[in-house]
Design a protein. Structure first.
Length: 363
């Protein structure tokens, strides 16, 4: 494992281990924890979507970066013993849908990696003093795609059966079920969370919203799949990070919490809003409005038509609610990407290089 310097404070503030902390959601969790004065240890394999660039502003005396793989049991055990975390946020995973063509890689990263972390976490937790053992939490971070899709009405809840429609979603489902089983079998204080469709600054540039922003800016076709009527509950990434920290602070072991933005939008609506915002930030100089760039493309693997979650348990038990409207979050996201072209190019180049080496992705 390769790592950056770390300073241990004798007064011992809380310490968090964040796996996949160089990824999109993971890095938002790191930034949120650092604002609270929590000492953070990031474990990330820096594979195709993990980027050290996301952490540059967070790294310092009390934020340690370790390059390593959660499937390496010996390295994970040694790291746990050395940094002695009070909480583990587990976000390291293969997440990109195009990797479902390599299901064994998905299973190894998402299922085996989670099992290793749970197993070593159980050993570490069982040796803690009683006071620290009672306060320790393991936050298993998953997504709402494990539930499959919804009809025109209804919402996902913690009791919704898992019906994943891709190998990637199935592997994330298995990881969450493993975490729950460690609680029921061993009393290990695991909490499972499911987040809605995330968006915001620092997302991998080939995801739907950042890709549409960049293509609209360049006057390239902004593509939506099918009729663009797939509906998602969009969750601003900073709000998701707040929810995960709330799950640590106030969540009960063995429970499942769902996080969503409470604002469903169809893909076509999102594309139109992006084009309008890019027009506002970067005037088109007499050229046609960018909404005319929207192009409908077919996709045999269209996916679920609608996903949306009931967040009432997170509201009542955790005191959490999304603070960012979709419109405000999208405005901030468009502004960020228009000002970070070089960052996007660096992340894409790094991902291409790692893909060429056959490496996977950290969430």
């Amino acid at each position: 494992m390769r790592e950056s310097p770390f300073v241990r404070d004798r007064r011992r503030p809380s310490t968090a281990l964040v796996t996949g902390g160089a990824g999109f959601v993971g890095s938002a969790v790191v930034r949120r924890l650092r604002r609270d004065g929590v000492r953070v240890v990031v474990l990330d394999a820096l594979t195709s979507a993990g980027s050290h660039a996301r952490l540059e502003a967070s790294l310092g005396a009390n934020c340690l970066f370790v390059e390593g793989d959660v499937t390496d049991a010996r390295a994970v055990a040694e790291l746990l013993r050395r940094v002695r975390p009070d909480v583990v946020f587990h976000l390291a995973a293969e997440t990109r849908d195009d990797r479902s063509s390599d299901p064994l890689r998905l299973v190894h990263a998402n299922v085996v990696g989670t099992a290793v972390l749970l197993d070593e976490g159980l050993r570490y937790w069982s040796e803690l003093p009683a006071s620290r053992r009672n306060a320790f939490r393991f936050i298993q971070v998953s997504s709402d795609d494990v539930f499959g899709g919804l009809g025109a009405h209804g919402l996902f809840s913690a009791s919704t059966p898992h019906r994943p429609s891709s190998p990637g979603a199935a592997s994330r489902s298995a990881a969450g079920l493993l975490a729950g089983s460690w609680y029921r079998t061993h009393g290990f204080p695991a909490i499972v969370t499911h987040g809605a469709e995330n968006f915001g600054p620092h997302q991998f540039p080939e995801q739907f919203i950042p890709r549409a922003i960049r293509r609209a800016l360049q006057y390239d076709a902004v593509r939506v799949t099918g009729a663009g009527d797939q509906s998602r509950d969009w969750l601003f990434v900073g709000d998701h990070a707040d929810g995960l920290v709330a799950a640590w602070r106030r969540g009960l072991p063995g429970q499942t919490y769902l996080f969503g933005g409470g604002e469903e939008r169809q893909d076509l609506h999102v594309a139109r809003e992006i084009c309008s915002l890019v027009d506002r930030f970067a005037p088109h100089g007499g050229r046609p409005e960018r909404v005319r760039l929207i192009e409908h493309v077919s996709d045999e693997a269209l996916g679920e038509s609608r996903r949306s979650s009931d967040i009432s348990a997170a509201r009542s038990a955790l005191g959490w609610a999304p603070a960012t409207t979709f419109e405000e979050g999208l405005r901030r996201t468009v502004g960020w990407y228009l000002g970070h072209h070089a960052w996007c190019e660096t992340v894409l180049a790094d991902a291409d290089a790692r893909d060429g080496l056959g490496l996977g992705e950290a969430a």
